[in-house]
Write a protein that binds this ligand. Structure first.
Ligand code: ZN
Length: 90
């Protein structure tokens, strides 16, 4: 579980996500499956908000160690978009 403080904290992961361009599938709001199209590997990413702070968790090895991986970066980008769409529709 990593805490998402500022965008710069996951900047490296965001850059990697831009290079790898993984596919993000939305399971439900806050739950995503991120697939590396080259390797076919899929990992589960969870985004949640607790006490006003945002956290994310990924099922890959780096994610399990609490590192910001590109799966998290890709899922968070989708999550933010989804959250803003939800906010706009309410
Ligand atoms: Zn990961």
């Amino acid at each position: 579980m990593i805490q998402l403080t500022t965008a710069t904290a996951i900047e490296k992961a965001i850059n990697k996500a831009r290079t790898v361009k993984p596919r993000v599938r939305v399971n439900c709001f806050g739950s995503y499956s991120v697939t590396n199209k080259q390797t076919g590997a899929t990992y589960s990413v969870e985004c949640l908000k607790r006490d006003g702070r945002r956290f994310a968790h990924c099922s890959c090895e780096a994610g399990k160690r609490g590192q910001a991986c590109y799966h998290i970066a890709a899922a968070v980008a989708a999550h933010i978009q989804l959250a803003s769409e939800r906010a706009a529709s309410h």
